[in-house]
Design a protein around this ligand. Structure first.
Ligand code: J9Q
Length: 232
């Protein structure tokens, strides 16, 4: 599942071009018993199965032998710190990152204590395992690496890089089902277009994600647009 996701699209091309090296490892390949057992019943009883420490330890050892000591070993888990753009930037500056995929029922606590440097969640919902969250983290981090996304401008202008939501986009036709594109966007007045977009970004963020505004480093235009809204 993870190989399929990472082999497609922007990430597939990036690894094909050697801009990033992605390795996917199956925990079962690091077991030694006939059934390739990765989980066992919880000590103390209770429902569900717990992922064993040993396969994680063997997998990390094999990765370390092949690629050296990683700068971070990240456990994907609902107990982790919420993943955001700042965390993606931090991880993108590290040379070698290992992501461990937990499972909903749980992971032997000694994996955290002995192997893991960071624990990350991509949000509060129930999933079966950390595989899709890991793919999300890989995509968010890899697209920050030089050359992965075509236009460096588009990365730095990205909504969460700026700390504000995007302004509304329109493309042709200028009228669709009787709904017109805002006049200013057809005006050719680049200064007015820029100002309109700033106001829209700030308005949307205030309406939909006021939590983002409290941390955003607004420039003078954005600050002025917000002050105008506060007056309404
Ligand atoms: C491992 N739900 O959920 C959100 N971020 C990570 C996770 C997660 C999960 C189950 C197992 C990770």
């Amino acid at each position: 599942m993870v190989e399929a996701v990472l082999g497609e699209g922007v990430l597939g091309r990036a690894s094909g071009r050697g801009l990033v090296t992605l390795g996917v490892h199956d925990l079962r390949d690091y077991t030694h018993d006939r059934h390739r057992t990765v989980d066992d019943v919880p000590y103390g009883g209770g429902p569900g199965m717990v992922l064993k420490a040993e396969p994680f330890g063997q997998a990390c050892q094999a990765i370390e032998r092949a690629h050296g000591v990683p700068a971070a070993v990240v456990l994907m888990s609902p107990q982790g710190k919420r993943f955001d753009h700042a965390e993606a930037v931090r991880l993108s500056r590290l040379h070698h990152v290992v992501l461990l995929c937990g499972r909903y029922e749980g992971v032997d606590e000694r994996v955290r204590e002995q192997l893991v440097t960071d624990e990350i969640s991509i949000g509060d919902y129930v999933l079966n395992g950390g595989e899709l969250p890991a793919a999300v983290v890989v995509e968010a981090v890899a697209r920050l690496l030089p050359g992965v996304v075509g236009d460096a401008e588009s990365v730095s202008q990205d909504s969460f890089a700026r700390g504000l939501l995007d302004y509304p986009d329109y493309t042709r036709p200028a009228s669709w089902r009787g709904h017109d594109v805002p006049d200013v966007l057809l005006s050719g007045h680049h200064g007015e277009i820029r100002a309109w977009r700033t106001r829209q970004s700030v308005r949307r963020t205030r309406e939909r994600r006021p939590d983002l505004l409290r941390h955003a480093a607004l420039d003078d235009q954005e600050r002025a647009a917000l002050d105008e809204l506060e007056d309404e």
